[in-house]
Design a protein around this ligand. Structure first.
Ligand code: EPZ
Length: 422
């Protein structure tokens, strides 16, 4: 298993270009199940999770080929409507095939996603929404078994705004008979880009980008092309890395959409970082003094939970105490004990982390546990004095394309090495 070896304390300078968004790709790819034909998905990131979704769709009979950042998908010959546990256990987003399979084929057998590193992540809202559209859904030996002659439009209210449930129900409703209303729909940019892609395939959707979606079902859809939106979480990770880079750091994050990063720009500003934005870039200067700034995660456009760990790493070096509350995932704090190994002073009670800023961090061996937690360990290692080893970086490869190469181009001392087998 690979590890990253980091020599910290170097300023970061230069330009880094953001890849396509993992969480947008993972929604666009299953949408190709909804119509037979050839699709071209430009700006598709080269990530382990994209490879996992590719293998899942191939196991159903689709033909996929990624040439650099363009993914070609041929959904003309789909042989089965099954998502086996072997695939789903690797990636929860595999559940996104459920809605499209029921809508197009009237049946699906999809493994229930197992546990997650940081606690329960149920899919009840997905199932309730699909049942409201008329799907018969049973759970058999760890599998969701769904049947439906043809789905029918319905009024759906999500008790919790869920990205995944909104995406799944949206992909089902576009081929349902009649009109579907989704209230308290997720407004994340990844859902907006999915809805726009479905419209380009012939779907009828109103209210895109709002919490109120109105879908008028159609009898069939056709293949289409799309360009994957930039990854706002990758962009945010680099913005925080720059702010943590200390005096003399100056990083331009190119190819991103600053509108998707509003909450973070405000927080960085409050912390004393200098942030400049353009139409497709954000520029951040590092700073000596970091002001402590509380943060509470929220659904979009609030502060994203996928930047919570990185924000805690930043606040670990603030000149004072801050609290970071995760209102989306109550126990998403696996990174805290690892950051404390690097000399941070963080405690967690329920879903609130209290971060007592320290003058400096010191390098150590730390363990990745999940995607964003590992990103926070890299940021802390870059800011720490001495040598840090981040173990099990396969977590990072799920969602960051060649992160070490991008950081090296900014002047960081980070190398990928073969690590210990545990
Ligand atoms: C998406 O996950 C993202 N994943 C996550 O990013 C992100 O953290 C999350 O949205 C929140 O922004 C992808 O897009 C592939 P949710 P998702 O359904 O769809 C509860 C990353 O690091 N809930 O919006 O699974 C749930 O437990 C990943 O890139 C139910 O209770 O998130 C959570 O508390 C990690 N029942 C809340 O809703 C359900 O049926 C939001 O979850 C569904 C969700």
């Amino acid at each position: 298993m690979d590890k990253f070896v980091i020599q910290g304390g170097r300023p970061l300078r230069g330009t880094v270009t953001v890849s396509g968004a993992k969480n947008a790709s993972l929604a666009l790819m299953p949408a190709t199940l909804l119509a037979p034909g050839r699709f071209m998905l430009r700006n598709t990131p080269k990530l382990r999770d994209v490879a996992t979704m590719t293998r899942l769709l191939e196991s159903m009979g689709l033909a996929l080929e990624q040439k650099d950042h363009t993914l070609f998908v041929d959904s003309s010959h789909i042989a089965n409507q099954e998502a086996p546990y072997e695939h789903v256990k690797k990636m929860r987003a595999s559940i996104y095939v459920l809605g499209p399979l029921i809508a197009r084929f009237g049946r699906a057998r999809v493994s229930l996603p197992g546990g997650c590193a940081w606690g329960p992540r149920p899919v009840n809202l997905h199932l309730e929404g699909l049942r409201k559209l008329g799907a018969q859904i049973d759970l058999e030996s760890g599998y969701i078994v769904a049947k439906a002659a043809r789905l029918a439009g319905a009024r759906i209210l999500f008790d919790i705004s869920s990205v995944g449930a909104t995406g799944n129900v949206l992909m089902a409703a576009v081929l349902a008979k009649g009109t579907t209303l989704i209230e308290n729909a997720a407004m994340e940019p990844e859902i907006t880009s999915l809805a726009e892609f479905l419209v380009s395939m012939g779907a009828k959707i109103d209210g895109i980008g709002t919490a109120h979606l109105e879908i008028e079902g159609v009898d069939d859809l056709h293949a289409a092309d799309a360009t994957t939106i930039p990854d706002r979480i990758e962009a945010g990770t680099f913005m925080i890395a720059a702010a943590m880079g200390g005096k003399g750091s100056n990083v331009r994050i190119a190819g991103c959409n600053p509108k998707h990063l509003g909450a973070l720009v405000v927080k960085l500003d409050d912390a004393g970082a200098t942030v400049r934005t353009g139409s497709d870039y954000v520029e951040v200067d590092g700073q000596e003094e970091i002001r402590p700034v509380n943060a509470a995660t929220a659904i979009y456009p609030g502060f994203p939970t996928d930047l919570q760990a990185q924000w805690i790493a930043f606040m670990a070096r603030a000149n004072g105490t801050s609290t970071v509350t995760d209102t989306i995932y109550f126990d998403r704090f696996m990174h805290v004990p690892e950051l404390n190994r690097l000399g941070a002073n963080i405690s967690v009670k329920e879903n609130i982390a209290t971060v007592v800023g320290v003058p400096g961090l010191r390098g150590a061996k730390v363990m990745s546990t999940d995607l964003r937690a590992s990103a926070s360990l890299i940021l802390a290692g870059l800011a720490a004095e001495g040598r840090t080893e981040v173990l099990r970086v396969y977590h990072l490869d799920r969602g960051y394309e060649s992160i070490e190469k991008k950081l090296q181009a900014l002047g960081a001392s980070i190398t990928r090495e073969r690590g210990e087998e545990f």
